[in-house]
Design a protein around this ligand. Structure first.
Ligand SMILES: Cc1cc2nc3c(=O)[nH]c(=O)nc-3n(C[C@H](O)[C@H](O)[C@H](O)COP(=O)(O)OP(=O)(O)OC[C@H]3O[C@@H](n4cnc5c(N)ncnc54)[C@H](O)[C@@H]3O)c2cc1C
Length: 423
């Protein structure tokens, strides 16, 4: 994949941070020990950079998309953690650390092994996501602190600059935690929102409307999402990612479509108008309307309909007459989200809607199947193949849809995809 200039800079920055400490060689050890030492420093730098990936840095998530950033966060751990845990056993000939160097090394290894094991088995742990998030963040910060101490104390003859590099990296890691848990909540405390309507949509799906209280609202682009706290204080950890379903031209009144997926989203029906709401955002790198495109194919699975509604509503507000084909998938007919709103938009937009059901009712005249290659390639005809294709769905569905569109002749540069859900 070609990297655009917008993406090149953060990639180069990441590579420099990861490789920089490894390049600071300053000893006369055997080649093997130097390689092990460089690899260990590379792994530790990657571990500290994990805070930046998970730290909700807006330019990063806007440029790459949340799912890509979180995937890199997970994959980087698979590479860095085994190296860090095994490095003491890989050296050929190094003096055994003792004192602070030994203690910090053992403590960092134990904490890191626990953190990694918990992350691998997370789904089977009986923990709410918020509890997990707090534990993961706190343990990661402890690993960073003790690991930095070990990285400074353990090498017998380290490059003089290395101590400052590690202190700098550890400070940035701590600052990202401060950013997420203190500065962002403080910022949102000054911009409160209030729930003004909670309306049932389809089965298990609610449309929640919130209104800005005493401020100018949220500037965002159609297709973006926010982290939302409902009915709690601004410092609550119970925040969730939701796409905005309303148009950016109404920045003080936002609508969110929430599908019951877990312990919080299944309680939305009990939410009452007047409840407090707090936002962090906008995030997300999908801003299709600002693209030079002859038309759009908008593909949605489940809650993926929400950002597509925002795109269509904004197109309507702007008087955008470019043709749009919406392909929306659900298991059953009653699972088709915001069906009436989508249909109503046909009056003002050049809009075609194709509904795809995996389990259609008797007499169904729409398309039957899943949003996979069999179904999607049927829509890959001229002129649509030259339009911009926008996909919102679960991570697994995105990969399959991308592959299907490529198979149908849509060039990769005309495919934009973002996950609305987790792996
Ligand atoms: C960019 C984006 C946009 C989204 N837009 C919408 C939308 O418009 N409408 C909608 O209904 N849903 C949307 N979702 C999904 C929504 O965020 C989840 O359904 C919700 O957070 C589940 O919360 P819960 O407490 O009810 O469920 P839980 O029981 O807490 O979680 C259900 C599952 O999701 C996982 N999960 C929850 N939060 C996270 C997290 N922060 N990181 C990793 N995994 C997590 C849990 O581990 C669990 O497996 C979006 C998700 C993303 C990433």
């Amino acid at each position: 994949m070609m990297l655009g200039s917008r993406r090149l800079l953060p990639v180069l920055l990441y590579a420099t941070c990861a490789l920089g400490p490894a390049a600071l060689m300053h000893d006369e050890r055997s080649l093997r020990d130097q390689v092990v030492s460089a690899l260990t420093r590379l792994a530790f730098a990657v571990l500290l950079a994990q805070f930046l990936l998970a730290g909700r840095i807006r330019p990063v998530t806007v440029t790459f998309g949340l799912d890509t950033v979180m995937r890199l966060h997970r994959r980087a751990a698979y590479v860095a953690v085994p190296i860090l845990l095994l490095h003491p056993f890989l050296y050929e000939n190094v003096p055994d650390p003792h004192g602070v160097a030994e203690g910090s090394g053992i403590a960092a290894s134990v904490l890191l092994a626990g953190l990694f094991a918990a992350a691998l088995t997370r789904r089977s742990l009986p923990l709410r996501h918020e509890t997990w998030r707090l534990m993961h963040g706190t343990a990661a910060l402890a690993v960073a602190g003790v690991g930095t101490l070990h990285a400074i104390e353990a090498p017998a003859d380290a490059h003089p600059a290395l101590m400052w590099v590690w202190l700098g990296f550890a400070s940035v890691a701590a600052a990202t935690m401060l950013h997420v848990y203190l500065l962002r909540p403080l910022a949102r405390r000054g911009r409160p929102w209030r729930v003004v309507a909670v309306r049932p949509d389809t089965q298990g799906v609610w449309a929640v409307t919130i209104e800005a209280v005493g401020h100018s609202g949220l500037r965002f682009e159609a297709g973006q999402f926010v982290w939302l706290i409902l009915d709690r204080g601004p410092f609550s950890l119970r925040e969730h990612a939701f796409s905005i379903a309303s148009a950016p031209s109404h920045p003080t009144r936002l609508t969110i479509l929430i599908a019951g997926e877990g312990d919080f989203t299944n309680t939305i029906g009990t939410l009452r108008p007047g409840a407090r709401a707090w936002l962090d955002g906008p995030y997300g790198g999908m801003m299709p309307l600002s693209r030079k495109a002859r038309g759009f194919v908008l593909i949605a699975q489940g809650a993926g309909v929400a950002p597509i509604l925002s795109i269509l509503r904004e197109a309507e507000a702007r008087g955008d007459r470019r043709p749009m084909l919406v392909i929306v998938g659900a298991r059953r007919e009653e699972g088709l989200i915001a069906r009436a709103e989508l249909a109503a938009l046909r009056r003002t937009l050049d809009l075609t809607i194709a509904e795809v059901l995996a389990e259609p009712p008797r007499g169904w005249t729409g398309v039957t199947g899943k949003l996979d290659a069999t179904v999607l390639t049927r829509f890959c005809r001229e002129p649509q193949t030259s339009w911009v294709h926008v996909i919102y769905g679960r991570p697994a569905m995105l990969a399959a849809a991308r592959a299907a569109l490529a198979q149908g002749g849509v060039p990769a540069r005309r495919i934009l995809a973002e996950a609305v859900g987790y792996e």
